[in-house]
Design a protein around this ligand. Structure first.
Ligand SMILES: Cc1cc2nc3c(=O)[nH]c(=O)nc-3n(C[C@H](O)[C@H](O)[C@H](O)COP(=O)(O)O)c2cc1C
Length: 207
């Protein structure tokens, strides 16, 4: 039973190897909190062996820097009125780490506990046409199975005509040399606020 006396509960659940999706996640959190949400920021579990992570300095450093962020658990899904997933693009698809988390949710799905929540997603790629849209659409395939309500940002704010991705916030990182900019941060904040606003309404479905 959802508690409607407080702000909407939003879980921002992400994977990031080298920090760009993590930067977007922080802005999503800011937007949701400004909209009055109670927010949990969670990273999904790393499934690549430590010795492989250690071969990439940026990956190893980011992993150490974000050591204090809790690992996403099924309870974060049941707690939330809205879930915003973030994953870097991997060959036009979500990362294996994010997929691993999604695939751990079968038990909740079987009980109907993933339904009637609001979902949205964000991503980053190396290149402009490297698969941001396909990654978000692939992510949303799981949401259809959950019985979730997809809150795409569309063009619901002037910032969306600047970042240009109605499927979700996205950023092109180049070879890791194009930091997350104000446009992406603004789009991510808008997405967080929008999901919070919609979750405030739709949580009544589960009461
Ligand atoms: C195995 C692998 C596959 C990737 N596939 C793509 C891709 O299809 N398109 C693209 O533009 N970038 C691709 N990239 C680059 C990542 O999307 C990019 O490094 C990521 O968005 C950075 O996010 P992060 O800093 O949060 O890890 C790939 C990277 C890896 C390691």
């Amino acid at each position: 039973m959802s508690d409607t006396s407080t702000g909407p509960k939003i879980a921002v659940i992400y994977y990031s190897s080298t920090g760009n999706v993590h930067e977007l996640a922080k802005s999503v959190v800011e937007g949701a909190e400004k909209a009055g949400a109670d927010v949990r920021l969670r990273k999904v579990r790393e499934i690549v062996p430590d010795d492989v992570v250690a071969t990439n300095t940026a990956w190893a450093n980011h992993r150490a820097d974000t050591d204090g962020i809790p690992i996403a658990a099924p309870d974060d899904m049941t707690w939330a009125d809205g879930v915003i997933f973030g994953s870097p693009t991997r060959f036009g698809n979500v990362s294996s780490q994010m997929k691993h988390f999604l695939d751990s949710l079968g038990g909740l799905w079987a009980q109907g506990l993933l339904a009637d929540k609001v979902y949205s997603g964000f991503t980053s790629t190396s290149t402009q046409h490297g698969g941001q849209e396909s990654t978000l659409l692939a992510l949303y395939n799981s949401v259809y199975h959950f019985g979730g309500i997809i809150a795409a940002p569309g063009y619901t704010d002037p910032i969306k005509f600047v970042d240009g991705n109605p499927y979700g916030t996205s950023h092109v990182v180049g070879q890791g040399d194009i930091p997350v900019d104000d446009t992406a941060r603004g789009a991510a904040q808008h997405q967080g606020a929008r999901v919070a606003a919609i979750a405030r309404i739709t949580r009544a479905l589960r009461n």
